[in-house]
Each structure stands twice: as structure tokens, then as C-alpha cells.
Design a protein around this ligand. Structure first.
Ligand code: FES
Length: 108
């Protein structure tokens, strides 16, 4: 795995429980969510139009985020668009927390 495949999240961008943040990584904006200290990372830009999902609503119980513009929901585990108007899935990254450090990894 090359270093281009790993992004170390700055400490001040690591979200607290029930929160979302946004970072620039892998040439795009990536949204990071913390659900009960489990981290999820997906493309931050909605696949319908140019809306930032980190400004949407995090549904912790079902691991989903709702787009702030037209309300499509996305699964944070698979990236799937769960309802219209968005149809295409988000890119999903693997988030790994160890030694007090959160890293994001590109999936092959
Ligand atoms: S911009 Fe996200 S649903 Fe339209």
C-alpha cells in the first residue's frame, strides 16, 4: 500500500461521538462520521448535486447521513443512495483508529 492510499486525519478534524467533519483527502472532500467511537468515511459531496453531506443530518441508529439539500439518505457502510433524488453511491473509505491516530484508507 503506498502512502497515497493512506491519509492521516489531523487531530482537530477527528469528530467527536455523534458528529461529522470534513477533510480534503485523496483529491476530494471526505466526510468523517463518529458513531459511538466507530468512524465512517465517505465522499462528502452528494452524488445528486453539489451539497456537503457533512452539513446534513447524521442518523446514528442506522448509520446513515441525510443530504441537507434535497434529503437523499446514504448508507455510511456501503455508500449506497437509499432514496431519490440521488441514485449513485458515495465512495467509501476505510477509517482506522489506533495509537490515538485516525487514518483513512482507499479501498481497492
Ligand atoms: S444535492 Fe443531495 S439530494 Fe440533492
Amino acid at each position: 500500500m503506498s502512502t497515497d492510499d493512506v491519509f492521516v486525519v489531523p487531530d482537530d478534524a477527528v469528530p467527536g461521538p455523534g458528529r461529522m467533519t470534513r477533510v480534503e483527502a485523496f483529491g476530494e472532500r471526505v466526510m468523517i462520521a463518529n458513531i459511538d467511537d466507530a468512524y465512517f468515511a465517505v465522499s462528502d459531496t452528494c452524488t445528486h448535486e453539489d451539497a456537503s453531506l457533512s452539513h446534513g443530518a447524521l442518523k446514528t441508529a442506522n448509520r446513515q447521513v441525510t443530504c441537507p439539500l434535497h434529503g437523499s439518505r446514504f448508507c455510511l457502510v456501503t455508500g449506497a443512495a437509499l432514496d431519490e433524488p440521488a441514485e449513485l453511491p458515495l465512495t467509501v473509505y476505510t477509517a482506522h483508529f489506533s495509537d490515538s491516530r485516525l487514518t483513512l484508507h482507499r479501498r481497492k
